[in-house]
Design a protein around this ligand. Structure first.
Ligand SMILES: Nc1ncnc2c1ncn2[C@@H]1O[C@H](COP(=O)(O)OP(=O)(O)OP(=O)(O)O)[C@@H](O)[C@H]1O
Ligand SMILES: [Mg+2]
Length: 280
């Protein structure tokens, strides 16, 4: 490895990570870096180990070997006390929701504040509401239960919860999966705004080629346990590696590439003019 002073600046620095479940090998000497304020995406076939890597990046799982530094902390040797402070600096949305139906939407969004701060209930409710509005939801959604919401609304609630501690780093696992085009476009726009307004570093796992073309600065392709290539979508689309080509050669892939600025959806009126809680 050449320049260690530069590598220290990476928000995420994964080196030679190997992960297996029993005999099933998921990652083999996988290495990857993500820069500050970058929108970085990870793609790969189903079962290639994207969500597993994301879980390792947020300390929900440990690799079998290798090093993972996130926000300057080495996760494989981190103490519980250091982990508690570190967790407050990031936000996460999970592939399969992760909202609690026993709680209202507002309580779900406020949960990290209840866990990590001593703010009183009224202030927590207000901060939760501000984040709901920021993600394009109406304040009355706050009193509903997650099960009463549409899939698109649930994704936004999960995003609002991930943003409630004003994270430096945001992890999103399939943030647009299952959404209609208008809702997916709104998520694209929100992701860009989070980075542009607040400088948040955003790590996305996604199959959504429209999202990748529209928001990702760089994309890594995961296959056979390793990163097969990293670059902008334009750079990747010109690479000849077969495991990369499969993302660019299908009909859907070509459609996403030739219509890079919209899924053809309606305007995103609900997203406009509400990201004012933390001016840059
Ligand atoms: N806790 C676990 N125990 C055993 N095997 C696991 C566990 N978690 C993941 N796996 C296996 O590891 C592999 C990678 O899973 P992972 O969820 O990371 O894939 P993925 O790339 O996110 O796939 P998808 O695109 O379908 O979400 C799969 O074969 C999965 O069955
Ligand atoms: Mg997954």
């Amino acid at each position: 490895m050449a320049d260690t002073s530069l590598q220290r600046d990476h928000v995420i620095d994964i080196r030679q990570v190997s992960t297996r479940f029993g005999k099933h090998v998921v990652h083999t000497d996988l290495s990857l870096t993500v820069d500050r304020s970058e929108i970085f995406a990870l793609i790969g076939g189903s079962g290639s180990g994207k969500s597993t890597l994301l879980r390792e990046l947020v300390l929900l799982q440990q690799p079998d070997s290798g090093s993972i530094r996130v926000l300057g902390e080495e996760l494989t040797t981190m103490t519980d006390d250091a982990a508690a402070a570190w967790r407050q600096r990031l936000g996460v949305t999970f592939q399969h929701g992760g909202l609690f139906d026993a709680l209202t939407v507002s309580e779900n969004v406020g949960l990290p504040l209840r866990e990590h701060t001593r703010l009183d209930k009224q202030l927590i409710d207000e901060l939760a509401m501000a984040k709901l509005v920021m993600t394009g939801l109406s304040p009355d959604v706050g009193s509903q239960r997650p099960s009463e919401l549409s899939g698109g609304m649930m994704k936004r609630v999960a995003l609002a919860r991930a943003l409630v501690l004003d994270p430096e780093l945001l992890f999103l696992d399939e943030p647009t999966a299952g959404l209609d085009p208008a809702s997916a476009d709104a998520i694209d726009e929100l992701v860009l705004r989070m980075r542009d307004l607040f400088g948040i570093t955003i790590f996305i796992v996604s199959h959504d080629l429209d999202l990748l073309w529209q928001v990702a600065d760089r994309v890594a392709v995961l296959a056979d346990g390793k990163v097969q290539g990293v670059g902008s979508m334009t750079e990747l689309s010109q690479m000849a590696v077969p495991s990369i080509r499969q993302f660019f050669d299908g009909t859907r892939a070509r459609a996403a590439q030739t219509q890079p600025h919209s899924r053809g959806a309606a305007p995103k009126a609900a997203m406009n003019g509400s990201a004012s809680s933390k001016p840059k």
